[in-house]
Design a protein around this ligand. Structure first.
Ligand code: SF4
Ligand code: FES
Length: 249
């Protein structure tokens, strides 16, 4: 296969950027998207040019490190799939693809397709954990969690913090990410002690990082590689309402 690429190249955070054309030759349909970029980079390195910077780690859809826009869609056209799990068979020979970094005020570009997503880490630092001292580990059967409840918590806990939801949202909101973390802990017994304080701290940190508000567009849900539904955002709003209502009494 031959793939034409227009790739956002930007040497650093304060440097101007622009789309640069490249052609990827002899690409196997079985290659992953990132392997295709590796092949392009090998050619660039051989020519003495700067390779395209992009993030990746596990390359099996579990770590959340990869992510960029493929022709305007976060993680590309395959639903429920990270860009590292996207394969070239999804595209046509001779197709032209435009690759751009996540675009959001809270995600400044570091280089080319790499953005700084530490704002998501700071939302977690604000409350996405349990800090109660539980002593020694209990017998697993001592705290009963129903199968339905455990499954629902796990459906939210699968968020890999990739940031695609932010990139797809016209408000650059991280509401889906934040709500998935809040929901996961709100559904489990271990999350109850800090439940009220957690939602307030995390939502305030979200806003403080410069992410926008949710206006129910649903673009986040459409691109989320873990298919996390926006019902998580409804739960977060309910949790926040309850927490602020009780604290104002
Ligand atoms: S909610 Fe989905 S799109 Fe957003 S950070 Fe988590 S896994 Fe990525
Ligand atoms: S590199 Fe880990 S999810 Fe893509």
């Amino acid at each position: 296969m031959r793939i034409n690429l227009k790739v956002w190249r930007q040497a650093g955070p304060d440097k101007p950027g622009g789309l640069v054309p490249y052609t990827a030759h002899d690409i196997s349909a079985d290659m992953s998207f990132l392997e295709m970029l590796d092949a392009v980079n090998e050619t660039l390195i051989k020519k003495g040019e700067d390779p395209i910077a992009f993030d990746s780690d596990c390359r099996e859809g579990i770590c959340g490190t990869c992510g960029f826009m493929v022709s305007g869609v976060a993680h590309g056209p395959e639903p429920g799939t990270t860009v590292c799990q996207l394969h070239m068979r999804r595209f046509k020979d001779g197709e032209t693809l435009t690759l751009e970094p996540w675009r959001a005020k809270a995600f400044p570009v570091i280089k080319d397709l790499v953005v700084d997503r530490s704002a998501l880490d700071r939302i977690i630092q604000a409350g996405g954990y349990t800090s109660i001292n539980t002593g020694a580990a209990q017998d697993a059967n001592a705290i009963l969690v129903s199968k339905t409840q455990a499954d629902s918590a796990m459906d939210s806990a699968v968020c890999i913090a990739c940031g695609a939801c932010v990139a797809a949202c016209k408000n650059a909101s991280a509401a889906l990410f934040t709500s998935a973390k809040i929901t996961h802990l709100a559904l489990l017994p271990q999350g109850q002690v800090e439940r009220m304080a957690r939602v307030v701290r995390m939502v305030e940190r979200h806003d403080g990082e410069g992410f926008g508000s949710c206006s129910n567009e649903g673009e986040c849900e459409a691109v989320c590689p873990k298919e996390i539904p926006i019902t998580n955002i409804a739960r977060m709003n309910r949790e926040y309402f309850k927490a602020t209502l009780f604290s104002s009494r």
